[in-house]
Design a protein. Structure first.
Length: 544
């Protein structure tokens, strides 16, 4: 039986763990539970606790509120150099796809220079400040990758100078995750970061950065089951912080724990609506659409289509969303998932890329590619090959845009979509060998491309699509092998389980078919009307 817990009840349960706000202090979230940071700096006694609270918010990636907190530190102590370091640190998001624009780059450079000009008395503080100077150096340059690499190199020097400093270790670990290669799914950076973070955690089990960044380190197939107890501890650490509530669901999603993913993201979405975004305090922070996409994805894996549709409408109906990459991506991705997971090909063919129109889509190549892919897949499956080819051509153009921008990871994600779509176009044109070759190329590229943190999973896993393709071409043995490999990477996906069951049946593998159908029943919401559930129940009920 699926457990559907409503958001108000979850919020009430979470509220029991919240530290009460003092009536004497009405700053937003001034006394919320955030974990414990010990980061002594040469600022005034009055500024020190506010500085540590700001660093805790920074570790939770609650960037808008962290920026306001560091600005309050600067007001409390105008001589506090590290307050300017903190403001600069909130102006870029090393693990997120958002890139700082010209104004943020210039302000970051100005803050870094202001911090250096205040000449803090300790070498540790000077090295922290040097790290943000390294990132914001040459504010006119658009090369984000070069900035992150310089930041990582500066933090390596900091960590070498003070290897037992918890904050130096935590931020250096974060930089290792941010500089992981875009062309390989490698444990190297994750393992190095995890070693540092576990050391911080052992000394301070309430350190928000240690827990948060370790979840990011484990957000890959080879590590997803590591440190599950710590992941669950992080889920409860900051019960009013949107990103802290959401972040453990990266691991739950990796493991196919759809109830856990739903639980955390219902809370995160509600909490995000209470967090103002950036300098525009009347806007909704893009952490809200981020949580909604993870909700839509999890509901769709349960076949809970009505619940997924409700979240999709909730996203579309929310006004004043922060106009960022994340918002654009989640608009595009949720509508693509909604049609593709249900194989609603006619609906998919009608998707209009670059919507809603109020977003600056010229800045968001990968999100547009997701919409073009869904539209093209719908066209290919409904016989409009010309429209599918037009979508494939646009995806190729977007790949080029990202390569010229030196955004290799985004380019690879776009290229995978292009290969998958061209595979189905070839299939529609009865080019069987070519279609399989293209899809295998997509699967190989996906296997060497890290999953960006913005997305719960590929739009559709390439190995799952390869299974679909081989089934349509009458090759159930190859299809079953492909579905099995896909489930090893993305467990408990509805379409993969159903496809594997059908492939096993085609091979007269009754035990295999029963196992996959049983797994599908266990995953599915009891109220689902999704095609395949009745098939599974009938097969399991039939005498053998």
């Amino acid at each position: 039986m699926r457990l559907i817990v409503r958001a108000p009840l979850l919020l009430a349960l979470a509220a029991q763990a919240v530290v009460a706000q003092s009536p004497a202090d009405h700053r937003p979230g001034a006394h919320e539970a955030l974990g414990t940071v010990h980061f002594a700096v040469s600022c005034s006694t009055a500024a020190q606790p506010e500085f540590e609270r700001a660093v805790a918010l920074l570790h939770h990636m609650t960037y808008p509120e962290a920026q306001r907190a560091f600005e309050r530190v600067a007001t409390l102590d105008p001589r506090c150099a590290m307050a300017h370091w903190g403001v600069a640190m909130t102006l870029f998001q090393p693990l997120w796809p958002t890139r700082p624009g010209p104004a943020a780059l210039q302000r970051g450079w100005n803050e870094a220079r202001a911090a250096a000009a205040l000449a803090p008395p300790t070498e540790t503080e000077r090295l922290f400040i040097a790290s943000v100077e390294a990132f914001f150096l040459d504010p006119a340059s658009p090369d984000f990758g070069a900035r992150v690499r310089r930041w990582n190199e500066a933090l390596a020097k900091l960590h070498a100078a003070v290897p037992d400093d918890a904050e130096a270790s935590a931020f250096y670990a974060l930089s290792l995750l941010a500089t992981a290669p875009a062309n390989a799914v490698s444990r190297s950076h994750a393992d190095s970061a995890a070693e540092l973070l576990l050391g911080v955690y052992e000394r301070n089990p309430a350190h928000p950065g240690a827990m948060h960044y370790l979840v990011h380190a484990n957000d890959m197939p080879a590590r997803a089951s590591d440190s599950l107890a710590l992941t669950r501890r992080y889920e409860a650490m900051a019960p009013r912080n949107p990103h802290a509530l959401h972040m453990p669901t990266h691991i739950y999603t990796r493991l196919g724990d759809w109830d856990g993913a739903i639980r955390g993201n219902l809370l995160a979405a509600e909490a995000a609506l209470q967090q103002p975004a950036g300098e525009r305090r009347d806007m909704v922070w893009d952490e809200f659409p981020h949580a909604v996409e993870y909700l839509v994805y999890a509901y769709l894996q349960q076949g809970a289509d009505s619940a997924a549709a409700a979240q999709l409408q909730r996203l579309r109906g929310t006004a004043r969303l922060e106009p960022t990459f994340k918002t654009a991506f989640h608009f595009a991705s949720t509508q693509a998932r909604w049609v593709l997971e249900r194989e609603a090909w006619t609906e998919a063919a009608q998707i209009q890329p670059r919507t809603p129109a109020g977003l600056d889509w010229d800045r968001f190549a990968w999100p547009e590619a997701v919409s073009q892919f869904a539209r093209g897949m719908g066209a290919a499956h409904t016989g409009d090959v010309a429209a599918a080819k037009a979508a494939a051509m646009r995806i190729e153009e977007l790949d080029g845009v990202m390569m010229r921008a030196k955004e290799e990871l985004f380019a690879r994600c776009i290229r995978i979509l292009g290969l998958e779509l061209r595979s189905w176009i070839a299939h529609a044109e009865h080019q069987r060998d070519s279609s399989v070759t293209l899809m295998r190329a997509a699967a190989e590229l996906e296997a060497t491309t890290p999953k960006p943190a913005v997305t719960p999973a590929p739009t559709i896993p390439a190995l799952e699509l390869l299974g679909d393709l081989l089934m349509e071409q009458g090759q159930p043995e190859g299809a079953l092998a492909s579905y099995r490999r896909s489930l090893a990477e993305y467990p408990r996906r509805f379409r993969s389980l159903l496809g594997a069951a059908r492939a096993a049946r085609a091979l007269n593998d009754a035990a295999g078919a029963r196992g996959f159908y049983q797994s599908l029943i266990e995953v599915a919401d009891t109220g689902t009307s999704r095609a395949g559930i009745r098939e599974a129940k009938d097969y399991l009920a039939a005498p053998r």
